[in-house]
Design a protein around this ligand. Sequence first.
Ligand SMILES: [Zn+2]
Ligand SMILES: [Zn+2]
Length: 272
Amino acid sequence: MFGCILECQGEAGTVKFCVLASGSSGNAALLATENTRILVDAGLSMRELRRRLEAIGEDLGRIDAILITHEHSDHVAGLPVLARSENVRAIIFMTHLAAPKIDWGETQPPRLEMFQSGANFQIGDIQVQSFGIPHDTVDPVGFCFAVQGVRIGVVTDLGYIPESVKYHLRRTDLLLLEANHDLDMLKVGPYPWSVKQRVMSRVGHLSNLVMSDFLMEDLDASTSNLVLGHLSEQNNHPAIVQMIATQALEQRGLTTRLSIAQQRSPSEVFQY
Ligand SMILES: [Zn+2]
Ligand SMILES: [Zn+2]
């Protein structure tokens, strides 16, 4: 399994990261150490989430926390059921503004922890940095995690990449970044014009072009694994994303390893 053997020599334990699902039909990712296991987003049903975790040797009942980026259904579809389940002990972390947007049923779940966008906090041995991103929900956030000397950034669902977000993504070892659509495919594709406008807007989704510009100008050489995700099934293709990103990395002379996260199956388990 890939790992930063040289850099991590002497560090205790292993940091694991896996994108369980990525795309407009559901998003979830796992970050785990020997002590702490967290999910970023819960856009799969509880059953599917459990199935995908089991496929990589993890147990939904042992998840300590679920961090939510924003309230679009592809990020929270499984959340109300997870929040009520007696077999799930995970504390749910959402921003103060996003939490009331969830249809929790009769009462708010007891295991809900609300935070301010921009706040830093600790979950077990994982240090969490949240930061605001431009997207069309009340209070969307991205995350950067620092654990055992490893930095992992997770940022999808954003219309563009402001300087503040670039700042937070500096010195990441692994970065999950959105590559949502190819502009030409979107323009001639089947979406109604209003939806095309929304996707292309400053609070929509990241195009391959903007992703490529980021790789050309901002990606740190420290990023050993770049995972591109939230690909549109209608308006993008993994081969196009692969080609554009590979070109950008080659022009930079970076040896960053590139992976593309999928909707229907978990990614490999990245280990540091
Ligand atoms: Zn989404
Ligand atoms: Zn969204």
